[in-house]
Design a protein around this ligand. Structure first.
Ligand SMILES: *Cc1c(COP(=O)(O)O)cnc(C)c1O
Length: 363
């Protein structure tokens, strides 16, 4: 049987979707021996209370629709952050918030602005929505990263800033973020996916800036990437509008139960953050001793630039492939500013030791 021509099939779908490349998720290893240091998960398991909460989910909870606002979680998160609970809104992963905020803020003639390099999902979502992309390059001098200049003059409906930045771990200052929010005429989304590993959060800025919305996720700090649960923190007036764009029941009963238990167990979560930060320090020192150079990271990963001697003999892509052959996955991007670098998630001490040992023999 003959299928219709590709031309007429293509017309079934909006042109910007057909032209979009789609998000390429981090590799999923197929064998269990792989050390996975490519997608920035917390290397430690989630709070035992979160697992217990999943076991205790009742058939009745599954039969019924979940609470649309994930009420127990909202209340727990509000207590943790010292805010009223209508300053919190939950999403099916932080990624859902990103697509919702673009749909809520930007028309097709508007621009969505973001720094580069940063989260590669931003351009993908902007293309899918059909808005214009406005790329603001980081200022990079050696291992010194800083925010692009004159951001406040940017004409865009929405500005998205990952802070601490991925893939560098660079943390922009709260003063700079406040200055941007004051002068930028649009919504500023501060993506704090990695803030649990950083010295400070921009959270206090929501009080005085009605255009700031903070993204948080349970995927990284709380070791729950296998569930899909994220949340926004902002003034209720902004959240009320965003709620209209969100799915009707974005978070399921199981993820609500587990995330509530996880965020309530601050003591456990913080103990994993301390361990990751200690390892981050040890791993960066060891990499520097091998000749790598790296920006100071306030996240749970490091952006390691190959030593000069290795660069002339080798490429970061080759090092990435050699590590993969040894069952260690890290992240490599074939982009001008990242071509000589690898992004390495901080693992457990044992995982990091194996990584260091293999790197030593490769370069
Ligand atoms: C992980 C991540 C998110 C959110 O991830 P979810 O798993 O969808 O909650 C958002 N931004 C950045 C930069 C991330 O790395």
């Amino acid at each position: 049987m003959k299928t219709k021509s590709s031309q007429s099939r293509t017309n079934l779908i909006r042109t910007n979707i057909v032209q979009a490349s789609g998000y390429i998720p981090g590799e999923q290893p197929t064998d269990s021996i792989t050390i996975k240091l490519n997608t920035n998960e917390n290397p430690y398991p989630p709070s035992p209370h979160a697992i217990e909460a999943i076991r205790e989910v009742t058939p009745e909870q599954l039969r019924r629709y979940p609470n649309p606002n994930a009420r127990p979680f909202r209340e727990a998160a509000a207590r943790v952050h010292g805010l009223p609970d209508d300053w919190i809104m939950t999403f099916n992963g932080g990624d859902e918030l990103l697509s919702v905020i673009i749909r809520a803020c930007a028309t097709e003639s508007d621009a969505v602005a973001y720094f580069e390099p940063s989260y590669s999902l931003y351009p993908v979502l902007t293309d899918i929505h059909g808005s214009q992309k406005l790329v603001l390059p980081y200022q990079i001098e050696g291992t010194n990263w800083s925010f692009p200049k004159d951001i406040e003059k940017t004409k865009a409906a929405l500005l998205m800033i990952v802070n601490p930045n991925a893939p560098s771990g660079h943390l922009g200052s709260i003063q700079d973020l406040a200055h941007i929010a004051e002068n930028f005429r649009g919504v500023v989304l501060i993506d704090e996916a990695y803030v649990d590993f950083a010295v400070e959060s921009a959270l206090p800025l929501v009080h005085n800036h009605a255009n700031i919305i903070i993204l948080r996720t349970m995927s990284k700090g709380y070791s729950l990437a296998g569930l899909r649960f994220g949340y926004a923190i902002s003034q209720p007036s902004l959240l009320k509008e965003i709620e209209k764009v969100r799915d009707s029941y974005p978070c399921d009963a199981v993820s609500i139960a587990a995330s509530t238990a996880a965020i309530q167990d601050q003591e456990y979560a913080q103990s994993t953050w301390q361990r990751v930060k200690a390892e981050r320090q040890r791993l960066s020192q060891a990499l520097e001793e091998m000749g790598f150079s790296l920006p100071r990271s306030e996240a749970n990963f490091l952006l390691a630039e190959l030593p000069q001697r290795a660069k002339s003999a080798d490429s970061a892509q080759h090092v990435y492939e050699s590590l993969k052959a040894k069952h260690i996955l890290v992240r490599f991007w074939d982009l001008p500013v990242l071509r000589d670098k690898l992004r390495i998630t901080v693992g457990t001490p044992e995982q990091n030791n194996l990584l260091l040992k293999e790197l030593e023999s490769i370069i």
